[in-house]
Write a protein that binds this ligand. Sequence first.
Ligand code: SAM
Ligand code: SF4
Length: 349
Amino acid sequence: MLILTAYFLSLIIMIMPAAHPKLLIDRFGRTVDYLRISITDRCDFRCVYCMAEDMTFLPREQILTLEEIHTLAKAFAELGVTKIRITGGEPLVRKGALELLENIGRIESLQELVITTNGSQLETMAMDLKAAGIKRINISLDTLDDDKFKAITRTGNLQQVLRGIQAAKRAGFERIKINTVVLKNQNHLEVCNLVQYAVDNGLDISFIEEMPLGIVDQHDRSSAYYSSDLIKQDLAQQFSLVASLEKTGGPSNYFKVNGTSSRVGFISPHSDNFCSTCNRVRLTVEGRLLLCLGNEHSVDLKAVLRAHPGNMAILKQTIIEAMLIKPEKHEFNVHEQPVILRYMNMTGG
Ligand code: SAM
Ligand code: SF4
């Protein structure tokens, strides 16, 4: 049955017109039109929830070249992907990242090219990113306290990131969103301050429940769990949040901060499962196509690329067939040892 479905899908691909053909449909009827690409597993930070302190990164020959990433982006766009997010690791520490972004930005059928960064390089790179065609940018910021920032990121410098955020504002992106992973007893008391910072700077902010990806040391995920509902209760003390129907094609539920231009989002993999509307897949820097953040189902696209250089038809057919193993939902349980052993920097968060 699976083989027959894949065969018919591949017939369709040959006869469909090129513009937004929506060829990536899984067994549950969900259309995949959003790809997140991790362009490096390396990072200048070591956030406690994302990485172990002592990480081994992939050797160069094991990772996709910039040309291979571009080819894959084109293949996905030809199959109906209209939005690509570049992420990592820290995407802006990869040499050649800007050129890659420019090349992906030139793919005609792509409607949105966005990036998630820790902000460390923005002070010098924000203008170039804007010039490369990036319209929206997500910047991670978990705390406004220098010492806590150091404790959470291990190697990061808060002031450098804050200067990066100001540089991004000056560069004039259409929207800048702060991403905050909320950790009980580490930064949960700061949620109001962070929203106030977003409001004061005309930014949006999303609060994220931590996900159990990879085995981390010096950090207990179970005791750090802090639900979106608790964050909402905390925010209600200081802000009036008005539910918004607006969606950005992601799992965030949005609220307007009354009387301001800022929105607050909640990404709640544990307390509010969003899998039924999942529209995305992820590409690791090793060229593994991950069909779900919280499962190991994957297809090795690097092997296909390298076995059939220049053959877009085989590559695209492999991607179409991969949709047939996209799982229905993630299996995260923050109170158990992770079943997913890959870290978020590998996954492309
Ligand atoms: N280095 C960039 C950054 O930090 O924005 C991009 C990659 S990072 C993996 C992308 C996002 O994933 C960040 O907002 C980070 O806070 C979040 N993240 C990392 N590990 C996570 C985890 N275990 N659970 C939830 N979010 C996580
Ligand atoms: Fe680096 Fe981003 Fe992971 Fe922090 S969350 S260690 S900045 S990849």
